[in-house]
Design a protein around this ligand. Sequence first.
Ligand code: GDP
Ligand code: MG
Length: 292
Amino acid sequence: MHSGYVALVGRPNVGKSTLMNALLGEKISIVSSRPQTTRNRISGILSSEQGQIVFVDTPGIHAGRGELNKYMVEVALRSLGDVDVVAVLVDAARTPGAADEEIITRAFASGRPVVLILNKVDAIDKAALLPLIDRLRSLGEYADILPLSALTGDGIERLPEVLLRLLPEHPPFFPTDQLTEVPERFIAAELIREKLFELLREEIPYSTAVEIEKFDESDPTIIRVAAIVIVERDSQKGIVIGKGGKMLKEVGTRARLDLEKLLATRVFLEIFVKVVPHWTRNASDLKRFGYE
Ligand code: GDP
Ligand code: MG
C-alpha cells in the first residue's frame, strides 16, 4: 500500500476546495465563487485498497495585504514542506500569470514530486490546452500533468491513481472510514462561514470569523451547536442579523442542512453575532479565532 500527504496549492479560486470535495464525495472544505474563502489547511482523507491519500487543501497563494492574508499565504507555503507530493492547480480557463508561475517554482523548490492540474477544462476549448501545457512545462519536470474538471468530475478519476504511485509505501495513517483530520466543530464553523460568503455582499464575509461555543453530542438523537459570528463593526453586525433577524436565520438554516448531511444526524444550531473591532488586523485576535 502507498499512503501519504498531498498538498493542493494554487492561486485563489482555481478550484482547490472543489476538487478535494469532488474526490471525497463530501463537502469537507468550503467553496465560493469569491476568492480567499479557505483560511486554514483542511485535510481530506481518501482511502482505497491501494492505500490512503491525505489531501491538504490550502488557502490561495497571492500577494495580499493585512495580517489575515499574510497568515493565509504562510499556511499555504508552509504546507509545501509537510507533504509527500505537491499538486499545483491552475485555472485552464484563464491565461496563467506570473503568480501561477511563482507558485509552480516554489512547488519545485520544495523538492517534492509536482503534479500539474489544469482545472476547469469544462469551460475551455480543448485546443487551448496544448499551448498552456507547453508554457508551464518550461518551469520544471512534472511527475504528471492532468487536465480535469473538478466541477463536472470529468478526468478526476485518474488523479488518485497518479498520486498513489508517487506516495511512499506505507500502511494507512488513519482509519479508512475517517474523512478528515479536522474536528467536526471546525467544519461546523467553516460551513457557517461559507453561508456568509454566499449571502453577504462585498467585504463583509472577509470581516467575519466564526467561533463554536458549544458542540454538544451528549444527546444521541441531536447535536446542539452554538456559534458566534465575529464581525469588525456595529454596522456589519446589523447586516449579518438582517431585518427582523432574517439574514441570520437564513445563514443558520443553510449551515444546519449541510451539517446534518455531513454528520448524518439532526442538528440544533444557534448563532449569535459579536463585534470585535478590527480583529483581522490584530495578531492576538487572529490567534483567538483559530488563525495561528
Ligand atoms: P479555491 O479558492 O481554489 O478553493 O476555489 P473553489 O474550490 O472555492 O472554487 C472557486 C470557484 O471556481 C467556485 O465558484 C467553483 O464552483 C468554481 N470551479 C471550481 N472548479 C471548477 C471547474 O472545474 N469548472 C468550472 N467551470 N468552475 C469551477
Ligand atoms: Mg478553497
